[in-house]
Write a protein that binds this ligand. Sequence first.
Ligand SMILES: C[S@@+](CC[C@H](N)C(=O)[O-])C[C@H]1O[C@@H](n2cnc3c(N)ncnc32)[C@H](O)[C@@H]1O
Length: 416
Amino acid sequence: VSLSHEATYVQLRRWLKQRSFRNPYLLPAHFPDSGRGLMVTKSLKAGEIILSLPKKCLLTTSTVLESYLGEYIKRWKHPISPLLALCSFLIAERHAGIGAMWKPYIDILPKTYTCPVYLSEEVIDLLPRPLRKRAREQKTVVQELFISSGPFFSSLQRLFTVKVEDVFDYDALRWAWCSINTRTVYMKHEPTGFLSGEPDVYALAPFLDLLNHSPCVQVAAGFNKENSCYEIQTATGCAKYDQVFICYGPHDNQRLFLEYGFITSSNPHSVVYVDKDDLQPQFSTTDNGQMTKNLRLLAEHGFLENLTFGLDGPSWRLLTAVKVLCLKPEEFPSWKKVLLGASVSQAHEERTLNFVKSLCCCLLHESHKVIQKISMLRSTRTESEQLTLVKALRREEHQILLKSAEILQNLRPDLT
Ligand SMILES: C[S@@+](CC[C@H](N)C(=O)[O-])C[C@H]1O[C@@H](n2cnc3c(N)ncnc32)[C@H](O)[C@@H]1O
C-alpha cells in the first residue's frame, strides 16, 4: 500500500526538495512482511544508484553543533559523546514540534521500537539464554546513559519553558537512542574537540532510512565526496513495483533483534548460540569435579564463546568444546590433542556425540516450551507485538535445531 499521498510523506518530500533531493521513482509504502519500506516504480539494474542524498539532508553532529544546542555543548565542562549530542537534538526537536526545523523528519520516525531496551522483564525471560543476557546489558547501557546525562540535560533549562526533566526523561532518551541505533548510516566525521573522543560515525539520513533489510541483496553505500551526497548503489537490481532492500550486514537473527528489533525468516546467517550455562553437567558421564576442571580449561582457552548449532549441524567449536568437557580424569592429559582436533578414543567420541545430541534435544525442548507458552499468554497491544517477535525468533531457532538434530542422528561417532 503506497503511503506517498499521506500528509507526513508529502511534507517530508517538500522539505527534502528544498534541500535539493529528488527521487520520483521511490515511494514509501507498507508491505505485509516487513512493514514500511520503499517501493520502486521502475526497474533498477545491477550497478544503478538507488538513492543519492545531499549532505544538507543528513543529520550529523555538525548539524547539532551548528544548532541552538551548539553553544551549550561547547560550553559544557565535560565534552559529551557524539551519540548523546544526537540524542539530545532529536529529543529537543521532537519537543519543539511545529517550530522545529527537522519536524518533517521527526514526524516520520517510529513512535516506539521493539529493540530489547523496550522489553519488559517478563518478555526478556522468554528469549534464548545468550540473548537474554545481552538484552539486559542493552537496558543497563541506556539506563546508565540516562543517569550520567542528567547534569548536561539540566544545563539546557534556559532553552525550555517547561521543566527540563519533563523533556529529557528516560522514555525520550530511550526513543532517541533507538532512533539512532536502528536508523543511522555509517559516516566517519573528523573530531571537533567539542565532543568526547568516542567514535563519531553516525548520520541520520531522512528518506534513505526507510529502506528495509534483506540478507539476500548486495549494495555499496558511502559518502561520495565528488557530489557531496550519501549514495547507495544496488549490486543485485530490483524489479519494477517491488520493495527495494539494502543489506545492513551479514547479521544473524539475534544481532538483528538486538540492534534493530526485528528478525528475518530463513536468515542464512542465523545460528543458535549455546550459552556456557547450557553446558550442564547432567548430559555428561564425566564426574562433576572433572567437569569443573574441563570447563575451566575451556574458559582459559576462550572456548566458551561462539558455540553454535547451525543448519549444517553443530559448529566445529561446539564439538571441540564438548570433546573437552567429556574428558575423563585419565584422558585429561590429552586435552591439547583434542583442541587440535585429534581423536582420543572411540568411547570418548561416542560420549561426545551423545552429549551434543542431548544438548540439542534439551534446547529443542526449551524452544518448543517457550513457543507454547507465548501462544497461551494474554497481552496488551505493545506486548503482543513484542511477543510475536520473540515467537518468530524462537521458531527460527527451532527450525535450526531440528535440522541439527537430524544431522546428528545420522552422524557416526568417529566423524564428529
Ligand atoms: C532503517 S529502518 C527501515 C525503515 C523502517 N521499516 C521504517 O518504517 O521506518 C530500520 C528498521 O526497519 C525495520 N526493518 C528493516 N528491515 C526489516 C525487515 N526485513 N523486516 C521487518 N522489519 C524490518 C526494523 O524495525 C528496523 O529497526
